[in-house]
Design a protein around this ligand. Structure first.
Ligand SMILES: C[S@@+](CC[C@H](N)C(=O)[O-])C[C@H]1O[C@@H](n2cnc3c(N)ncnc32)[C@H](O)[C@@H]1O
Length: 256
């Protein structure tokens, strides 16, 4: 049995075997197109945190654009993601072919992880990656100065448990980036003094099946404070999603 939890390296050379979630400029290959183009705005996405000398746990590393960017900013990064042996939290709409969706996701996840390995080699990266579900992070992964959760909580059935699971390994700073709820929800939240989590799946259209929540900054702040992050900063930024502008917020929580 292997005595390491790091995923064994994959030797991926063919772009056809990969899926890129991020648009990435891969050394030796050029630009590969992905759903999100964060290039040039990585620092804003990550809350302008200083990564120099920090040990970082990156939840949901996907094709790794942020992982390799944080490494270039001086961090030692461990990526974390699911692989084809774990199940994505698919919304269990009554009547959908659940098994077919799971099979589709398995293929998708394999290609997504392959993209990470191809870019890892091209970037000459020293990052490690661990595959598993975010709900059960192995103790042996160790301690981290910083934990990041970029656009992952909206895809999870239990975002608070996921946050708690990452926070349990973080000694200093947690960074959460998420989609900003629409103005109407924010005004409603302000007026009612509530803390909102909007449920996205629509029973009539049976869509989307991979996104659960729009979590307001006010609620996210409370989540982080419950988990022991005392000083919270929030910033807002525009990013490029499939050629369009998407407004996000990034919350940085400090333990002290
Ligand atoms: C929308 S992508 C975000 C990628 C990147 N963090 C960013 O901010 O650009 C979400 C990532 O979370 C991963 N993910 C989804 N469910 C997960 C789970 N239960 N455990 C671990 N990772 C998960 C997906 O495979 C995917 O790589």
């Amino acid at each position: 049995m292997s005595d390491t939890i790091w995923a064994p390296p994959r030797d991926v050379t063919d772009l056809e075997d990969c899926y890129f979630y991020h648009t990435m400029d891969i050394p030796g290959l050029g630009v590969v197109e992905g759903e999100w183009d964060l290039r040039g705005k990585e620092a804003a996405y990550l809350g302008n945190v200083d990564f120099n000398g920090k040990r970082v746990l990156e939840a949901g590393t996907a094709s790794g654009h942020l992982c390799f960017s944080m490494e270039k900013m001086g961090a030692e990064v461990v990526g974390y993601d699911i692989d084809e042996n774990q199940q994505w939290d698919i919304v269990p709409f009554h009547g959908i072919d659940y098994e077919e969706h799971i099979a589709l996701f398995k293929r998708h996840i394999r290609k997504l992880n392959n993209g990470w390995w191809l870019a890892h080699k091209a970037n000459n990266s020293s990052a490690n990656v661990v595959y598993g579900t975010i709900y059960r992070i192995p103790e042996t992964i160790g301690r981290f100065d910083v934990g990041t959760l970029g656009s992952i909580l909206l895809h999870l059935r239990d975002p608070f448990l996921a946050l708690q699971s990452i926070a349990a390994h973080v000694d200093q700073t947690i960074i959460v980036a998420d989609i900003l709820p629409r103005l109407r929800s924010r005004v409603l939240e302000y007026v009612t003094r509530a803390r909102h989590m909007h449920f996205i799946p629509d029973a009539k259209t049976k869509a989307p099946y991979d996104t659960w929540w729009r979590i307001s900054p006010r609620l996210m702040r409370e989540f982080l404070m419950v988990l022991g992050f005392k000083r919270i900063e929030v910033s807002y930024h525009d990013q490029c999603f499939q050629g369009k502008t998407a407004r996000l917020y990034t919350m940085v929580g400090h333990r002290y």
